[in-house]
Design a binder for this molecule. Structure first.
Ligand SMILES: Cc1cc2nc3c(=O)[nH]c(=O)nc-3n(C[C@H](O)[C@H](O)[C@H](O)COP(=O)(O)OP(=O)(O)OC[C@H]3O[C@@H](n4cnc5c(N)ncnc54)[C@H](O)[C@@H]3O)c2cc1C
Length: 440
């Protein structure tokens, strides 16, 4: 006898969004989070208009009203600097946001709880419960703070539900226990960040530095400065590492050198850091080839859903959370789990071409000469860079629009043609692609 309609493992943006949409559909949902509400997460804290839209759809307002608003991207490279507003589109808001993850993630989780989700924090999903090959529940362990620091096991048990949504992030230990594997031929990113006190904290642009170097070698990645509006900036470097290339880079050294190369006027120094460097991995471009199985679906980073163009994954975690919740609701109302197969088809339809384009882009920028040439050409033309921003942030009109929107859709359609080489033989051929589209 099931205790819940669905179990969600992990209360990051993906898990909380999935839980919210399930509860909004009237289902009984439990959300397990191994850490306490308000936990930190290594991230750049940047929210594009795509992520902003997903938050607004969930009604995370009024919390988002207090986040720092961003009108666009300042990009520096090839000895030039350019300020680009987010594109003006009918299907996305014209602003982005920056919010510390400890705040953002807790706000999304609270929204899920408001919708009726039962949150169990400090509770880790340790093992799936199976009937034959089907996942029918989760074994959990609850921890509590120990006297003198650390945590101790307080309780353990088992809960049953016909469906489990796996949203346990990039390391996805629960996903691995289910046999989920990342395709090693796909790119994997690496990022490091720290917070710095600076007068530039209320800049209304996020900033990217395109030329990241190890000695004289131009690296496939960028440095970022994302203002939080609270006296601090999130500053970091990210390497969008391609699969076969071991860059052998010391990330802490790279961050140290990036801080050293910033203009003195920024007032960002090693001494102005408010805490230590923290780093983490970024599973890029749909690197989990089969993110589902009998009784479960993986979403967000656990499904390898980070945008390979720029390393942002909050929006894709929110969107795949909503998509998976829709599949589970449909499966429950029809009384069978055939819809779970449709999940992978939907992922391919919505993101397949775009992510393949991103992987091709990464291959190109991993060749230093080509990357230098692309930066040089791009930074000479605001039109080219405005188009690049649209593509990199996956922002375009679904239909019609300007020439840039049509060109973007054309590029994605061309990339879709090559998708068969990544085909999972179990999945039927996708029916018509929704290019650059949101999940609606
Ligand atoms: C350095 C860096 C910079 C980045 N910058 C940006 C950025 O600026 N913008 C952007 O959009 N994206 C960025 N990303 C990517 C973004 O952080 C992720 O894509 C996003 O957090 C994915 O959300 P998620 O819900 O899938 O996973 P997570 O946010 O990782 O959440 C997973 C949750 O599951 C919990 N959990 C794990 N295992 C268990 C278990 N067994 N039981 C219960 N709970 C469990 C974890 O504690 C965690 O709370 C960055 C990533 C890195 C590493």
């Amino acid at each position: 006898m099931a205790d819940y309609d669905a179990i969600v493992v992990g209360a990051g943006p993906g898990g909380s969004a999935a839980a919210y949409w399930l509860a909004a559909a009237g289902l009984k949902v439990v959300l397990l989070e191994k850490k306490a509400l308000g936990r930190d997460k290594v991230c750049g804290d940047g929210l594009t208009p795509r992520a902003t839209k997903a938050l607004v759809e969930m009604g995370v307002r009024p919390a988002t009203e207090s986040y720092h608003r961003i009108r666009g991207l300042r990009v520096l490279g090839a000895d030039r600097e350019m300020e680009l507003d987010w594109p003006s589109l009918s299907n996305f808001p014209a602003n982005g946001l920056v919010a510390a993850r400890a705040v953002l993630d807790a706000d999304i989780t609270r929204r899920a709880v408001e919708a009726g989700v039962e949150l169990r924090d400090m509770t880790e999903a340790v093992e799936p419960v199976r009937e034959g090959t089907t996942v029918v529940g989760v074994k959990w362990v609850r921890k509590e703070p120990a006297e003198g620091g650390g945590v101790i096991k307080a309780d353990e048990g088992e809960i049953l539900a016909p469906f489990t949504i796996v949203a346990d992030g990039a390391s996805s230990s629960f996903g691995r226990a289910l046999g989920i594997k990342m395709d090693p031929s796909y790119p994997l990113g690496l990022g490091i960040r720290a917070y710095y006190q600076t007068d530039r904290h209320d800049d209304d642009f996020i900033e990217s530095w395109l030329e990241l170097r190890k000695d004289d070698l131009l690296l496939p990645g960028y440095g970022w400065l994302f203002p939080l509006g609270d006296g601090t900036m999130n500053v970091g470097v990210g390497l969008l590492q391609t699969s076969k290339r071991d860059l052998n880079v010391n990330l802490s050294r790279l961050q140290h050198d990036f801080i050293d190369c910033l203009p003195k006027s920024y007032g960002i120094t090693h001494e102005s850091a408010t805490g230590p460097y923290k780093s983490a991995r970024l599973p890029l471009g749909g690197s989990i080839r089969k993110p589902y199985g009998d009784g479960f679906l993986c979403i967000g980073d656990a499904a390898g859903m980070i945008n390979p163009f720029n390393g942002e994954g909050i929006d894709y975690a929110l969107e795949t959370g909503k998509l998976a919740a829709g599949m589970v609701s449909a499966a429950l109302s029809r009384g069978d789990s055939a819809e779970l197969h449709d999940y992978q088809t939907a992922l391919r339809d919505i993101y397949g071409g775009y992510y393949r384009l991103g992987r091709l882009f990464l291959k190109m920028i991993s060749k230093p000469e080509l990357f230098r040439l692309m930066c040089g050409i791009g930074m000479r033309s605001e039109t080219v860079m405005a188009f690049a921003l649209q593509v990199l942030a996956n922002l375009g009109e679904d239909n019609g629009g300007k020439m840039a929107d049509r060109a973007f859709r054309g590029l994605v359609r061309a990339a879709e043609k090559g998708l068969d080489e990544y085909r999972d033989p179990e999945i039927p051929t996708p029916s018509g692609a929704k290019v650059g589209a949101g999940v609606s």
